[in-house]
Structures are given as structure tokens and as C-alpha cells.
Design a protein around this ligand. Structure first.
Ligand code: NAP
Length: 496
């Protein structure tokens, strides 16, 4: 099979790209998804309390507004329903190829086509590829000694076991990041006991979640401009926060003051407060938006354990001071195996170059989207595209519009676009220089950084700047060569 466009990944990014391609009258594409349903991270993250800490009106596509969001911040089930509705409303089901697990993507210079191979399906060829597999797709179990010796039940936050009944169980939770602080308040409601194993306390800010009244939803539906205005208000509110969250600035102290006040108001015990006080600049690790985590920790059946974990034992978790904490189940809220230096799947570009080798000292791309030597290939959530203060979907929408423009140009003019290496280099030198002044590079460890401290994850600026740089494709930044075969199928036959 030869396609105009192969989209790899059927989550928010892949679906957004598919919608925009269809709107540009490009219909010869397919979405390759290893799962059996669309939804990506929101299909996978169904743990109790799973929700988005960005307001739904901003955590949605502007081209698919939803007047019916039930709350300011929606839960994962509602977000998944929104995604599924987009799939149906925009007629995307026929474009999905489920159960396709990509194991390689290789450029063929003779045919000017990408060959996509799967571990379980025949290969596919495509003129352009959209890598939309997402950075948080593979779960990470920590490298704790004795992991395999534990005889109780193990559950990862991103692969929740809904058949397991937590009622009256002794539960241990490892990890206090964005997922952990959402899970703990739910578990304390049902479990006999919950022990929360914290390695590093994070900065938490209050989050107030209001139900949206039916009248407001009706207004949004009847007057869509009001919804656009509400989205704009949230957008600019978040932009103003960037001054303290993205840059390590005097305003970062203001964010920290809000965090300390939140802690002081919710936690009266000075020792517990001390245990929960972060030792790094706010924003360096992802801010935790929660008003129910600290109260949950103070429930009678909940204990915060701050002694480092020494190892897992058959019946529980042993901490370094020698205590063994028995647990019926361990919940791993330990994050994802983020491919910071490698690529989501092996990718081979022009002249046999291997992207994982080129990225072994840190992933680099041009405007996070294109990589020199990998023509007609576009990344969503590529290197240095992460927002620290705003909605990932605002960034994603800009990426999608850019790559759809570039792809439709290449298809319409029968050309192959490859970003120039010098433009990519200059772009990255600038990004890395600007990152030095950000909170993420202010001296904590996080999944944003490689072990060497290289930040290939975040964009050092306002969302307005990120979106602005992707407003239009500057074709001078790309080399253009002819797409040789006029008949795609003939091209493939020629290589067989
Ligand atoms: P995470 O932020 O990477 O947090 C992992 C947690 O596990 C950290 O507290 C970490 O401690 C701890 N941990 C890891 N290895 C450990 C070990 N060996 N021993 C003890 N503790 C260990 O993962 P996450 O909470 O799943 O969140 C990942 C990302 O998902 C977030 O940054 C965010 O982008 C996204 N997310 C978003 C939302 C949302 O509402 N939008 C919700 C959930 C997740 P250290 O801090 O010491 O490393």
C-alpha cells in the first residue's frame, strides 16, 4: 500500500493531524495505532482521579470546540469521550489501522517514499510521515532492587487494573508527581491504609474545579464566540504565568510564595509541612495543581514515607532505615519511559543515517517539527516543544497546521522537503541558549532533562512565541527536490 500520508499514533496529535488533512482535501492517509481504540494517553490513563490540570476550554482544539465540558478541569473519561466524538464527527474511523505496532521507518531515496514496517503487519509506503506517537506512551517501572521479588499486586498509574478492588487493602503508592497526587486522594477513600513513598516533594498550587452550569453551556452553544472568548481568557491568563514558571525570575518567588501559602493553609503539622516543602525552584519539575492532595495525606489511614526505598521485598517495601512496609498492592505512579535521546521507533533517513544515533547526545529538530536528513517527516511533540505553563493542545494545534501546510505543499508541487542543516543548527543554538535562563534548567532532576542535563523537552518561551514561529512554513529553510515517480505505485514496484 502506498499512501500520501502515514500518521503514526492515534491520540490527540494524530487525530488533530487527520482532521486538518481532511479539511485540506487530503484523503489518502491512514492512522496507524498499536492499540485497539483511539485516544492515546487518555485511553491509557484511567487511574482513579485522572484529570487534566489545564482548563478544558484550553485543553481542546479550537477547531473542535466543546460547549459541554462539565467542569473547568475535566476528568480523563470526559476527555476520552471528546476525542472519540472528534473521531466520529470528522469521519476518521475508516482511516484508522488498529493493531499496527510500528517497528521501523526507513527513507528510500530511489522512490522518495518512506517505508513503514510493523511487527505484525505487511509494510506500508508513504510520501510523508507524521510521527504522532507522543512522549508519554511507554510506562516506566523504577529500577528499584527486588522489583520482581514482590509477591503482591503491582499496578502502574498508566495501565490501571480496574478489576482490582482496593477496598480494605493495604496500599503503597510510589511517586508523587502529577499522577501520584491525583491518585492518592481517591485511594484514601476506599483503602484500609495508604502509604505514600515520596522521593522529592513538588510544588503544589491550589486548583479549584467548578461545575459548568447548563445555562453557560447553552450560551456557549448558541453564541460560539463566547467560547472563543473564554478560551482566549484562559490562554492569556496562562501566558502571564509564564513569567514566573518558565523563566527563573523574581516572579518565580511569587509562584513559590503561593505554593508555600497553600501548604501552610492545608498542612498545620510543622514536621509534615517540612517534609512536603520542595527544595528546588518552582516550575523546575512540573507544578502540581491540586487542592485535595495535602488533605488526603492527613487522613487517618494515610502516611507519608520520606525514607528512601532500599528495595522491594516479597511482602512490601523496605526503606533504608530497615523498616519493611507491608502492602497488598503497590501503585507505581513513577511516570513514563521518555525517549529523551532516542526516538519512539527506529527511524532511518537519507544515506542510511539513524536518528537514534544523531540524537544520542540530545534530540534536536528545527522548530521541534522537522529534522534535517529526514525529508517529508514531521514530529508532533518533537524536541523542545513542551509547554511548562500552558496547554499542550495549543502547541499541538500549531504543529499540526504547520505540518499539514508543508505536506499539502509537497503533494501539490510533487516535491520532497528537507530542512536545511544550518537552519536547524542555528535554531537549536538559540533554543539551548534561551533554556539556560529557565526554571527547568535551574538545578533539579526531572524527565525534562537527560542524565547529562540536556533539555530536549521544553520550549523556552511564551506559547505566543511557539505558535508564532509555526504560523507559516518558510520554504527557504528547506531544500526542495523533485518527487521523482509521478506514479506512486510504479515507484514501489520499481524497488521490489
Ligand atoms: P513523573 O512526573 O515523572 O513523576 C514520577 C514520580 O515517581 C516522581 O515523584 C518521582 O520522584 C517518583 N519516582 C520515580 N522513580 C522513583 C524511584 N525509583 N523511587 C521513588 N520514587 C520514584 O510522572 P507522572 O506523575 O506520571 O507525570 C508524568 C507527566 O505526565 C507529567 O509531567 C505531565 O506532563 C503528565 N501528566 C499530566 C497530568 C495533567 O493533569 N495534565 C496528569 C498526570 C500526568 P522524583 O521526583 O524524585 O524523581
Amino acid at each position: 500500500m502506498t499512501l500520501d500520508v502515514a500518521i503514526i499514533g492515534g491520540g490527540f496529535a494524530g487525530i488533530g493531524a487527520a482532521i486538518r488533512l481532511k479539511q485540506k482535501q487530503i484523503h489518502d492517509f491512514a492512522l496507524f495505532e498499536r492499540g485497539t481504540e483511539p485516544g492515546g494517553t487518555w485511553r491509557d490513563n484511567t487511574y482513579p482521579g485522572a484529570a487534566c490540570d489545564i482548563p478544558s476550554r484550553l485543553y481542546s482544539y479550537s477547531f473542535a470546540p466543546n460547549p459541554d465540558w462539565s467542569h473547568t478541569y475535566s476528568g480523563s473519561a470526559e476527555i476520552l469521550r471528546y476525542i472519540e466524538r472528534m473521531v466520529d464527527d470528522f469521519g476518521l474511523r475508516p482511516f484508522f489501522r488498529f493493531g499496527h505496532n510500528v517497528d521501523g521507518v526507513v527513507w528510500n531515496e530511489q522512490t522518495s517514499l518512506w517505508e513503514i514496517t510493523f511487527d505484525n503487519q505487511p509494510p506500508v509506503h508513504a510520501r510523508a510521515v507524521v510521527m504522532a506517537s507522543g512522549p508519554l506512551a511507554n510506562v516506566s517501572f523504577p529500577a528499584i532492587r527486588g522489583l520482581e521479588t514482590y509477591e503482591g499486586h503491582k499496578i502502574h498509574s498508566a495501565r490501571w487494573d480496574h478489576d482490582y478492588d482496593f477496598t480494605d487493602k493495604k496500599v503503597a503508592v510510589i511517586g508523587t508527581g502529577a499522577s501520584g497526587v491525583q491518585i492518592v486522594p481517591e485511594l484514601v477513600k476506599v483503602a484500609k491504609s495508604v502509604k505514600v513513598f515520596q522521593r522529592t516533594p513538588g510544588w503544589a498550587l491550589p486548583r479549584t474545579n467548578f461545575a459548568t452550569r447548563q445555562r453557560t453551556k447553552d450560551i456557549y452553544r448558541r453564541f460560539p464566540q463566547t467560547q472563543t472568548l473564554a478560551r482566549q481568557a484562559w490562554f492569556w491568563g496562562h501566558e502571564s504565568v509564564a513569567l514566573g514558571v518558565v523563566w527563573n525570575s523574581p516572579l518565580t518567588r511569587v509562584v513559590e510564595a503561593v505554593g508555600k501559602l497553600h501548604l501552610r493553609r492545608q498542612v498545620k503539622d510543622p514536621w509534615l509541612r517540612r517534609q512536603l516543602t520542595p527544595g528546588f525552584r518552582a516550575g523546575c519539575k512540573r507544578l502540581l495543581m491540586t487542592s485535595d492532595y495535602y488533605p488526603a495525606l492527613q487522613k487517618d489511614n494515610c502516611t507519608l514515607v520520606t525514607w528512601p526505598i532500599a528495595r522491594l521485598a516479597p511482602r512490601g517495601i523496605r526503606t533504608v532505615e530497615g523498616i519493611e512496609h507491608h502492602a497488598d498492592v503497590i501503585v507505581f505512579a513513577t511516570g513514563f519511559d521518555v525517549s529523551k535521546t532516542g526516538t519512539p521507533v527506529p527511524i532511518t533517513g537519507r544515506g542510511g543515517r539513524v536518528l537514534a544515533d544523531e540524537w544520542s547526545t540530545g534530540a534536536k529538530a528545527y522548530k521541534s517539527i522537522s529534522v534535517s536528513g529526514y525529508p517529508n517527516m514531521y514530529f508532533t511533540f518533537g524536541p523542545n516543544s513542551g509547554p511548562g505553563h500552558s496547554s499542550a493542545l495549543v502547541y499541538m494545534e500549531a504543529q499540526i497546521d504547520y505540518l499539514v501546510d508543508a505536506i499539502s505543499h509537497a503533494l501539490a508541487h510533487d516535491v520532497v522537503l528537507d530542512v536545511r542543516a544550518d537552519r536547524q543548527r542555528a535554531y537549536n543554538e538559540n533554543i539551548q541558549r534561551r533554556l539556560q535562563k529557565t526554571t527547568w534548567n535551574s538545578g533539579c532532576s526531572s524527565w525534562y532533562l537527560t542524565e547529562d542535563g540536556f533539555n530536549a523537552t521544553m520550549f523556552p518561551g511564551f506559547a505566543t512565541q511557539y505558535v508564532g514561529q509555526l504560523k507559516s512554513v518558510d520554504y527557504d529553510d528547506y531544500t526542495t527536490s523533485a518527487y521523482r515517480p509521478s506514479d506512486k505505485d510504479a515507484a514501489v514496484t520499481a524497488t521490489v
